[in-house]
Write a protein that binds this ligand. Structure first.
Ligand SMILES: CC(=O)CC(=O)SCCNC(=O)CCNC(=O)[C@H](O)C(C)(C)COP(=O)(O)OP(=O)(O)OC[C@H]1O[C@@H](n2cnc3c(N)ncnc32)[C@H](O)[C@@H]1OP(=O)(O)O
Ligand SMILES: NC(=O)C1=CN([C@@H]2O[C@H](COP(=O)(O)OP(=O)(O)OC[C@H]3O[C@@H](n4cnc5c(N)ncnc54)[C@H](OP(=O)(O)O)[C@@H]3O)[C@@H](O)[C@H]2O)C=CC1
Length: 283
């Protein structure tokens, strides 16, 4: 069955970018979240991202209009029933994702592929929660989705070769570069990235330097496009904490222990860009 309609569940930092990229490549998209407010924020994010691309002359005004025209918003998961693919991009939490996948499993047709954008959680466990484990796969986009080229593709132990091939080809159609990674906590991207971000937070916690100076070291010293603390704010500090917990639990290795400052920031609701305050302020 050719993939024409794509459901995206979760209209947050990643979900709205994923919806945008599918729509920009001609797919009909249904973007779902739990409330009208969350869906509205997602649509506003898409509008502003397309506006930036237009200002940079990467797209035309007609591209912007047609992309927006292909996105429908909903709070009712039943409206995803006809989608050939659903990508979930909800909160990085095993229970939340498991319950959602079970609902999607009930609602969607038997052939629908259920892809997860999880940053770290075992695809094998997520697949096992459904009645279609052979059609569950990890499709891990990077943030910001419209700008980043990589998609990590993670096969659960149960994923069928056919499912993998279709998602691999789909990533290419979206103009992305797919990389296949075995199912293991944090895959490759966050196995490597999160310890660096965590270490930068420890450096701040221990008073080695200011947040700005820590980021400057990595930007000017290592040519990273963003410093690790600014990047943590872009990702979301709650998401960074959840990923580190999955790494720590999964490997049982104290080297992944989240910095106490990260926990405190999350407890305070300083989650980064999405709440207007993290290691920096975004007014
Ligand atoms: C956690 C996980 O599981 C996996 C992950 O995704 S880890 C995160 C991976 N991503 C990265 O490492 C990103 C590193 N940063 C970069 O590569 C670059 O800074 C960047 C591509 C994000 C922006 O580069 P740029 O286009 O030269 O910058 P610029 O035009 O000045 O825009 C920067 C800004 O727009 C965002 N942005 C730019 N264009 C955008 C678009 N079309 N849509 C959405 N956001 C956009 C940037 O985040 C940033 O926000 P502010 O202006 O509000 O500060
Ligand atoms: N941020 C990043 O840089 C990256 C994140 N990811 C992964 O993408 C996923 C989403 O992360 P991100 O976009 O950052 O998170 P956000 O917190 O920005 O957005 C999550 C969205 O999911 C919604 N949501 C939660 N539960 C449900 C549900 N049961 N049904 C529908 N919607 C729901 C939330 O709504 P509400 O607020 O109302 O709860 C919120 O709008 C996570 O798995 C994360 O690990 C992957 C790559 C990069």
């Amino acid at each position: 069955m050719e993939i024409k309609t794509v459901g995206v569940v979760g209209a947050g930092t990643m979900g709205h970018g994923i919806a945008q990229v599918f729509a920009a490549h001609g797919f009909d998209v249904r973007l779902a979240d739990t409330s009208d407010a969350a869906v509205g924020r997602g649509l506003a994010g898409i509008e502003s991202s397309l506006e930036r691309l237009l200002a940079k002359e990467k797209i035309t005004a007609a591209d912007k209009t047609s992309t927006l025209g292909r996105i429908g918003a909903t709070t009712d998961l039943a409206t995803l029933a006809g989608a050939e693919l659903v990508v979930e991009a909800v909160t990085e939490n095993l229970v939340v994702k498991t319950e959602l996948l079970q609902t999607l499993d009930r609602v969607c047709g038997p052939e629908t592929i259920l892809a997860s954008n999880t940053s770290s959680i075992s695809l094998t466990r997520l697949a096992a929660a459904t009645g279609r484990p052979d059609r569950v796969i990890g499709m891990h986009f990077m943030n910001p989705v419209p700008l980043m080229e990589l998609v990590e593709i993670i096969r659960a132990l149960q994923t069928a070769e056919e499912t993998y091939r279709r998602i691999h080809d789909l990533a290419l159609r979206l103009g992305k570069t797919p990389v296949s990674v075995r199912d293991s906590p944090g895959f490759v991207s966050n196995r490597v990235l999160m310890p660096m971000i965590n270490e930068a937070i420890f450096a701040l916690h221990e008073g080695l330097a200011t947040a700005e100076d820590i980021d400057t070291v990595m930007k000017l010293g290592m040519h990273h496009p963003m410093g690790p603390l600014a990047l943590a704010d872009l990702i979301g500090l709650d998401t960074c904490l959840s990923i580190l917990e999955v790494l720590q639990d999964g490997f049982g290795d104290p080297k992944y222990r989240p910095c106490p400052l990260l926990r405190q920031m999350v407890d305070a609701g300083y989650l980064g860009r999405k709440t207007g305050r993290g290691f920096y302020r975004y007014d």
